[in-house]
Design a protein around this ligand. Structure first.
Ligand SMILES: C[S@@+](CC[C@H](N)C(=O)[O-])C[C@H]1O[C@@H](n2cnc3c(N)ncnc32)[C@H](O)[C@@H]1O
Length: 213
């Protein structure tokens, strides 16, 4: 590890602010080159923490955690727990490696399809436009060419996401950044929203059920 990376790790371990180029210097050149599009920026993470008032009582599910940038920054800067589920196993290994270097507790990364996991045990669900790669005409560069992408699968993922969200307990919050491709299902209230660069961070909260007398 070079001296710059060591200094960045020291800063992050001390919970100091780092810039995106600093954080991304911990990644391979390949993963640095897609950071602008595919990984949540440091500033957007800080805004998300404020919007959600994230703290140690929270457990965030990062749906499609990539190299773990958002998950690790949420945990480092707020003390919350985070579970990141990522379909590309090699990115999970990158995230786990970063976690080791940064000595962050309370973060778990696992490989798999986040849509097939239970979303029930979290206080916050984070969706940073995870399925956009399926729509090549929108100009989003793919992370790699190893997976099959298509518009029908995109629509299926959006529908599964809505079904997962519809099933969550009242009080669960959902943070979207650049959306997820659909509208929140019935029962969610938009709580806060903040534009950052060309995207919008929006917090929704699942409302309580109707009490029948
Ligand atoms: C835009 S990146 C966001 C990465 C990370 N959440 C962040 O903010 O830094 C979306 C990630 O979601 C992953 N992904 C997409 N669909 C998924 C699914 N069904 N299950 C798990 N991961 C998925 C992609 O492989 C990609 O790494």
């Amino acid at each position: 590890m070079n001296a710059r990376a060591k200094r960045v790790i020291e800063k992050l371990c001390a919970k100091e602010f780092v810039s995106d180029p600093e954080f991304d210097s911990l990644l391979s050149p390949e993963h640095q080159s897609v950071s602008d599009v595919h990984w949540t920026s440091v500033e957007a993470c800080r805004m998300a923490i404020k919007l959600l008032n994230l703290g140690p009582d929270d457990h965030v599910l990062d749906v499609g955690s990539g190299v773990g940038k958002a998950a690790l920054l949420f945990a480092l800067y707020s003390g919350c727990r985070v579970t990141g589920i990522e379909q590309r196993a090699h990115l999970v290994r990158v995230a786990q490696d970063l976690q080791k270097h940064l000595r962050v507790d309370g973060v778990r990364f696992r490989a798999g399809d986040a849509l097939e996991a239970s979303w029930q045990d979290y206080t916050v669900i984070y969706l940073f436009n995870p399925y956009q790669e399926h729509l090549p005409d929108k100009g989003t560069p793919k992370l790699d060419q190893k997976l099959n992408f298509d518009e029908a699968l995109y629509r299926a993922h959006v529908l599964k996401t809505k079904a997962q969200l519809a099933d969550l307990a009242p009080g669960t919050r959902v943070l979207t950044y650049y959306g997820f491709g659909g509208h929140l299902p019935h029962g969610y209230e938009r709580i806060k929203s903040r534009v950052y660069q060309s995207g919008t961070l929006t917090v929704y909260e699942k409302q309580g059920g109707v009490v029948l007398k």
